[in-house]
Design a protein. Structure first.
Length: 197
């Protein structure tokens, strides 16, 4: 008996080379994502909470340079931020953290506008990332990541089902252009065993 296959498709992998992963992987919390997001893509950066559950390390890339007095931050679409999330600059140093009070998704097809009640207090450049902070930080440099990056998701995760797990790489190589969420230099520095190419 012969099986004939007429066509074949090969998906492009964000993760190119795995040198070390977390044994058993981890369970992903679906509550971190926007309500209409049904899948977490392979290559997402995740961090672990005190109960051992893994969470998306939320990030959004700035669409343009932003002044140190800005309260309306234009970010590229495709992020998972929600109203009420605290945001800060990924570099920590110099950044404050404040809650998102409004998200404008209608003004542009290219970007969303994340509004905070008080400026983050530092000038940032196009491509820099905003990340989710633990809580409000009114003093420059005191903002902290809500979830410290622990690794890279090795597979996509169906967020419509509870207790979905995934493999998590802690040493290896990824194709940065294929990652589902943006990374910048400070984010990469928190994953020193990952090569972003």
């Amino acid at each position: 008996m012969y099986v004939k296959k007429e066509s074949d498709t090969e998906r492009t992998l964000a993760v190119e080379n795995v040198l070390e992963d977390i044994p058993g992987g981890g369970t992903i919390d679906p509550d971190d994502f926007q309500s209409d997001t049904t899948m977490m893509g392979e290559g997402a950066i995740v961090g672990k909470d005190s109960n051992g559950i893994y969470h998306l390390v939320k990030s959004a890339a700035l669409y343009e340079d932003e002044a140190d007095s800005e309260t309306d931050y234009k970010v590229l679409k495709g992020h998972e931020f929600k109203v009420g999330d605290f945001i800060m600059y990924s570099g920590i140093t110099g950044s404050k953290a404040y809650a998102i009070t409004e998200i404008d998704t209608e003004t542009s097809e290219d970007y969303d506008i994340l509004t905070v009640g008080t400026t983050l207090g530092l000038a940032m450049n196009e491509g820099d990332c905003l990340v989710e902070a633990t809580e409000e930080a009114t003093v420059a440099g005191t903002g902290t990541y809500k979830y410290t990056p622990a690794g890279i998701a090795l597979n996509s995760v169906d967020l419509e089902n509870d207790n979905q797990g995934c493999g998590i790489m802690i040493r290896g190589t990824v194709n940065e252009s294929l990652l589902p969420y943006p990374v910048d230099t400070p984010l990469k520095a928190l994953l020193p065993l990952i090569i972003f190419r």
